[in-house]
Unconditional design. Structure first.
Length: 565
């Protein structure tokens, strides 16, 4: 018998009737609503639920409790049920809660806070609770499966398919081929003798070891471009999606080319807490799906799995060649290809990519890390976000940093959250120099950069986030790049206030415009860009304003009649 997940309310029994009634009325059919009135009672209940292997979805705790504060209690919840969402209940009149809330939020002791419900029905309160349950359910509840994948659990291709489906927002289930569920599914679908991984679609079709493009086509995604457009956006990270939203919404026929998954590197982030407008944070995947849907609603077309391989001017048009040999013609191009994570360059570990060694946050693998020893390499925000997310599932997470401090490369809120997490440790001055495993990662070799001493440690997974390189190898020489491969734009193309003799126009290059007129670069791929999601979104929107000017032929870089877009 499968028991429903628990929704736990911790509140003074004398005043909790209103909150308890609202929770039972709305969520009692799908969640077991349990109420407690003190810290000791709560810890006893949580301990019993842990021993019974029950799922706790949400803990709502009043800040004013008899034995301790709600923030102090919620900090202890993380040790017993790290996957549970932890929310503080407050009242508008309680001014004493401000400082504890801020401190608990920064340290990661709470996920969010909410004002207690007022006169029923308090829809604002319920919207917040539903969002918290939705966030928990995405990682912890079986949902609708439009696609079912059966494969070897630690095979690299199985990992690629999980990432492909998860990052593109496709509801799916993965079943290990040697598990009873996997064997049953293979028999039921008649795929027992087909090559792995096997993909079973909602309409009964079976794909044996399909390519990414074949999966996309089977799901009804456009994989081949056609026709001419006003603007072609290459890359569907935050910058590219912003360009698609603004381009399509302002009447430009807009095409987006994306070879892998929407969201770019940001799409792999488990929680972005400093993005404007999301006070409780937003996952990179959720942000990407919202932006993609927004662009699609405005009429932007999306072509998946057919990466750009070339770019050339032809008369008044720009021609983009894609991997299958077809071409896309448009009057402007926005390059938003972002960056790819750097590799360690260790043959033994490269051979285990996707089989315990992951480049990027690999959010789809987090649940599989339950009770495991996990390592994260890197000292920037992406590494910190990955460590905090993995700590909800793994027994222990070790962050390996070559430098002596996180302060130079990681946001303070993440540093504090890492320091406060009981199952995260940071080791400084350490490099990964080797690894071993038969069909999956089993051990790592770590070397102290000062002493040169090496040690071997057991490891189930290694997540590598050590910086990235721009995806610009496919661009022609006419698009100038710096020594690291980033696209040079705007005033950085000038010498003494003037472009070089290769620039063909009388006007100067516009902000974000490359050395090839009508080709703009935005986001992480651009030389001198600020590596932040909000900055990338801003550049994507600005690029469309410049595209308008380019298409009008004035190239002023301003549009005084347009107002704010």
């Amino acid at each position: 018998m499968i028991l429903e997940p628990v929704l736990l309310l911790v509140h003074d029994p004398r005043t909790r009737d209103c909150v308890e009634a609202e929770l039972r009325k709305r969520y009692g059919a799908d969640y077991q609503v349990i109420t407690t009135g003190s810290v000791q009672e709560t810890l006893g209940v949580l301990g019993q639920l842990h021993d019974d292997q029950r799922q706790v979805s949400l803990v709502l705790a009043d800040q004013q409790l008899p034995e301790a504060t709600g923030t102090q209690l919620l900090a202890r919840v993380r040790q017993l049920h790290p996957a549970a969402r932890r929310v503080l209940l407050i009242t508008w009149s309680d001014q004493t809660s401000t400082e504890p809330i801020l401190r608990a939020t920064v340290l990661g002791d709470i996920d969010a806070y909410v004002v207690k419900p007022g006169t029923p029905p308090d829809e604002q309160f319920h919207r917040f609770v539903t969002e918290q349950l939705d966030e928990w359910g995405r990682s912890n509840l079986p949902g609708l499966e439009t696609v079912r994948v059966v494969g070897e659990e630690w095979a690299a291709r199985s990992h690629e398919l999980r990432e492909l489906l998860g990052r593109n927002g496709i509801p799916f289930g993965f079943y290990a081929a040697d598990s009873p569920e996997g064997q049953r599914l293979l028999q039921e679908t008649g795929a027992a003798r087909k090559a792995l991984p096997t993909v079973a679609l909602f309409d009964g079709r079976i794909l044996a070891d399909p390519s990414n493009a074949e999966v996309g086509e089977a799901l009804g995604v456009q994989t081949k471009p056609g026709g001419s457009y006003d603007v072609t956006v290459i890359g569907a990270g935050p910058a590219g999606l912003a360009a698609a939203v603004y381009g399509a919404s302002e009447g430009l026929s807009t095409l987006v080319l994306e070879p892998e998954a929407i969201g770019g590197q940001a799409g792999t982030s488990s929680l972005i807490r400093n993005y404007l407008g999301f006070p409780t944070g937003v996952s990179g995947g959720d942000l990407a799906v919202r932006a993609y849907t927004q662009a699609w609603n405005f009429g932007a077309e999306y072509v998946y799995g057919n990466p750009a391989t070339g770019l050339r001017p032809e008369g008044s048009e720009l021609v983009v060649t894609v991997a299958d040999g077809s071409e896309v013609r448009s009057r402007a191009v926005v390059i938003a290809t972002g960056m790819a994570y750097r590799r360690l360059g260790i043959p033994a570990l490269d051979a285990l990519t996707g089989a315990g060694v992951f480049y990027g946050a690999a959010a789809s693998e987090a649940r599989a890390m339950k009770d495991s020893e996990v390592f994260v390499v890197g000292g920037a925000n992406s590494a910190g976000q990955a460590a905090v997310h993995l700590a909800r599932y793994a027994a222990h997470v070790t962050v390996l940093v070559r430098g002596r401090s996180l302060a130079d490369s990681m946001s303070e809120y993440l540093i504090r959250e890492i320091e406060s997490a009981p199952n995260i440790a940071v080791r400084y001055g350490i490099a990964v120099t080797g690894g071993a495993g038969q069909s999956r990662l089993e051990a790592l070799t770590l070397t102290d950069l000062d002493s040169g001493a090496a040690e071997t440690v057991n490891a189930v997974a290694l997540f590598v986030l050590i910086g990235a390189e721009p995806r610009t190898q496919w661009l022609p020489e006419a698009v100038r790049r710096d020594r690291s491969g980033f696209v040079v734009t705007g005033t950085d193309l000038l010498q003494g206030g003037q472009p070089d003799e290769q620039w063909p126009l009388l006007r100067l290059p516009m902000f974000l415009e490359s050395s090839l007129p009508g080709v703009f670069a935005v986001g992480d791929v651009r030389h001198g860009s600020v590596k932040r999601v909000a900055a990338a979104v801003g550049e994507g929107s600005i690029a469309i304003s410049l595209v308008h000017d380019h298409l009008r032929g004035n190239g002023r870089g301003t549009d005084p009649e347009a107002g704010h877009r």
